[in-house]
Ligand binder design. Structure first.
Ligand SMILES: COCC(O)(O)CCCCCNCCCN
Ligand SMILES: [Zn+2]
Length: 693
């Protein structure tokens, strides 16, 4: 299934007709440079082009009042003076004779995208639209926005396609207060709130009973430049303690950035420790992205330092939710270099291309950790994955908000031009070539090669690196042959002739022993080994950093831990999806980002008990590392799992995890202790600002 691209140059045909410093950055070129970059890079040809349409009145009224719509309808016939007059009643927005038409096209584009994804015409897609939407409110235009494209799309998805749970991820650098207001008391069904506290299993029973009533909800997640309420739109309700109202409590997640200059590490750390745990527990049927790229480096509004390739990772991390149903709708983005670069990175990921290695991650900054800690503690009571989050930081940042806001009254904001002068340089995003063979397999003769995989034919003779072993009379021959073929496959991965690999072997321990035993350093320099299930002898572990070994099983290895050997034990083992996903999101992902492996070796030992959808989620997430070079090792007697494994390795989205129980108390505490112990060595595991300089 493909990726939809919705764009029409009609939406470039309105602009600011008078002088207004606050609005001058919102220019038609934003759309043209983005679309032209997609054309130039060949990405637009790989997408399914879907035409926009005008949203109807009824659709606009899903999120706006009649009187507001009637007022906007009059703008095409206004004189310049009337348009100026009309604009004055709103904030930081401008009208134009053609903006009503464009606003209907922008909202209609989002609806076309939802239809294309929900009917299975495409897997995912992006709509490049103007005017943007996330600031517009029920009866007011605001922040360059006229109709709330994404809010309308969420309501539309629920009403027309019966979608129950919509996740809205807003990575624009401004708070989409319009979206928050629209859904903050959602779900509107009164006992949905209590449903969340009991375990999902009996939740299913209760749901069956009330299934006639529409249980639906929208979870709105937004990060935004805030600077303790000093930054536009300067709203008290943009802070982390706005968690939603009444039954909507927990369904509104605000992450304030109280400093500028946030980097890739800050963004990824928030995704791993806040958004993803909540998103996986929420288990959405559809993901809508308020894709604003003013959160990228170079943007005069955001003044952040995250590079365009980060949007490849942010997009990827959302693509295994909701069975891959993801609709991205353009919001902001004002630097005409980083905007198109970021759009291309996003589209290339939606198309399934390999991800770039996350460049130079380091510790999240103190301010980001403060925000992280505040958000997690504010939502601790609503989400079982955040239950073990620490308390508010001692330096409660809300007091800063009040003090600075008072100081701010006098000060005027620097003009956007002045700020733009401080923009940094950044490298072109790296090429992301697709390997000729997406996934290769080494299977025993009696196992059929799954469609889409290519049988790996390696030369029969021994890999030169192993020839030495042969001389000193190594043990059984065929183990050596197997390892030799593994090395050959690994070499083809590192030259990008092969993307990922699937290998079935009779004895997994022997193969691991052979393959990992003093893995030749000139073959690969950083291997992330993820072992699902128990593995008896691990004496090939190294402590020199060449290998990071993370094991998830039901074994409790109190002793052998060190920086590069991280055993995670779950009482009920890998069959406990809640514990498993918590270990993956809160531990494995941050570790993998910081370690930045050149190869991922995923080993499934017999009897691990991991279920196929969880296994596919894990593979999907791991493909985000090492440019997609993940090698899966499984035992031949588990060949029944070859199909789902191959599907995930080919980049097909994993089915949603439905039966997430609540996280086991003891496991949760053990994971938290492990994370606290490791965070001195691994900075991406930090979730509090305590102890940082
Ligand atoms: C959905 O619109 C995309 C956006 O969030 O980027 C809009 C930002 C409006 C920024 C308005 N700056 C006013 C500065 C001084 N008063
Ligand atoms: Zn913005």
């Amino acid at each position: 299934m493909g990726t939809a691209l919705i764009y029409d140059e009609e939406m470039t045909k309105y602009k600011l007709l008078w002088v207004d410093p606050a609005c001058k950055i919102e220019v038609p070129e934003r759309l043209t440079v983005s679309y032209e970059a997609l054309v130039r890079s060949g990405l637009s040809d790989r997408c399914v082009s879907i035409p926009p349409r005008e949203a109807t009145d009824a659709e606009i009224l899903l999120a706006h009042s009649e009187e507001y719509l009637e007022a906007v309808k009059k703008t095409p016939y206004m004189t310049l003076e009337d348009l100026k007059e009309f604009t004055l009643q709103y904030g930081d927005v401008y009208f134009h004779p053609n903006i009503y038409h464009c606003a209907k096209l922008a909202a209609g584009s989002a609806l076309q995208l939802v239809d294309s994804v929900m009917t299975g015409k495409v897997r995912n897609g992006i709509a490049l639209v103007r005017p943007p939407g996330h600031h517009s409110m029920r009866s007011a235009a605001n922040g360059f926005c006229v109709f709330n494209n994404v809010a309308i799309a969420a309501q539309y998805a629920k009403q027309k396609h019966g979608v129950k749970r919509v996740l809205i991820v807003d990575w624009d650098i401004h708070h989409g207060q319009g979206v928050q207001y629209c859904f903050e008391d959602d779900p509107r069904f009164n006992s949905s709130y209590s449903l969340r506290t009991c375990s999902r299993l009996n939740r299913l029973n209760i749901l069956l009973i009330i299934f006639i009533l529409v249980f639906y909800s929208v979870l709105y997640y937004s990060w935004h430049r805030y600077e303790h309420q000093k930054f536009w739109p300067n709203l008290r309700e943009s802070d982390y303690d706005s968690v939603g109202k009444g039954n909507g409590a927990g369904f509104n997640v605000n992450v304030p950035w109280n400093k500028v200059g946030m980097e890739n590490s800050d963004y990824l750390s928030i995704f791993c420790h806040v958004l993803l745990p909540v998103a996986y527990e929420f288990c959405p049927d559809l993901v809508l992205v308020c894709a604003g790229f003013d959160s990228a480096i170079g943007d005069p509004e955001g003044e952040m330092c995250a590079t365009p390739d980060i949007f490849a990772h942010l997009t990827h991390l959302l693509m295994n939710l909701a069975g891959g149903k993801l609709c991205a709708v353009l919001e902001g983005g004002y630097n005409l270099t980083s905007l198109p670069q970021s759009v291309c990175q996003t589209v290339q990921t939606l198309l399934g291309d390999p991800l770039p290695q996350p460049a130079g991650l380091r510790s999240p900054c103190k301010s980001a950790l403060e925000s992280l800690q505040c958000v997690r503690s504010a939502h601790r009571r609503y989400w079982s994955f955040l239950k073990h989050a620490a308390n508010q930081p001692s330096t409660d940042i809300s007091t800063k908000r009040i003090k600075l806001a008072n100081e701010e009254e006098g000060k005027t904001e620097m003009a956007v031009e002045e700020r733009a002068a401080e923009i940094k340089e950044w490298p072109e995003p790296p090429e992301r070539p697709s390997p000729p063979v997406r996934c290769a397999s080494l299977l025993p003769e009696d196992v059929a090669c799954p469609d889409g995989l290519k049988l790996f034919s390696s030369s029969k003779d021994l890999h030169p690196l192993l020839a030495s072993k042969l001389q000193n009379g190594a043990d059984d021959q065929d183990a050596l042959i197997t390892v030799s073929r593994l090395y050959a496959m690994i070499e083809k991965m590192l030259t990008n002739e092969i993307g990922s690999g699937l290998v079935l072997i009779s004895d997994i321990s022997a193969a691991m022993m052979g393959a990992l035993q003093d893995l030749p350093s000139d073959l690969v320099d950083r291997v992330l080994v993820v072992c699902v299930g128990k593995e008896k002898d691990l004496n090939y572990l190294t402590t020199d950093g060449k290998m990071l070994f993370v094991q998830i099983s039901d074994e409790d290895k109190e002793k052998e831990k060190n920086k590069y050997f991280i055993p995670v034990s779950l009482k009920k083992g890998c069959s406990d999806t809640a514990g498993f996903i918590q270990a993956v999101l809160g531990l494995l992902l941050p570790l993998a980002y910081e370690y930045d492996p050149t190869l991922v070796l995923l080993v499934r030992t017999p009897g691990s008990g991991v279920d196929d959808s969880m296994w596919q989620q894990l593979i999907g997430l791991l493909l985000g590392f090492a440019k997609g070079h993940t090698l899966v090792l499984m035992q031949t007697n588990e060949k029944v799992h070859v199909g789902p494994t191959a599907s995930a390795l080919l980049g097909r989205p994993a089915p949603p995890l439905l039966e997430l129980q609540t996280l086991d108390q003891e496991d949760g505490e053990a994971l938290e202790r492990l994370r606290e112990r490791l965070q001195t060595d691994w900075k991406m595991l930090q979730t509090t600002s305590e102890g940082t300089e």
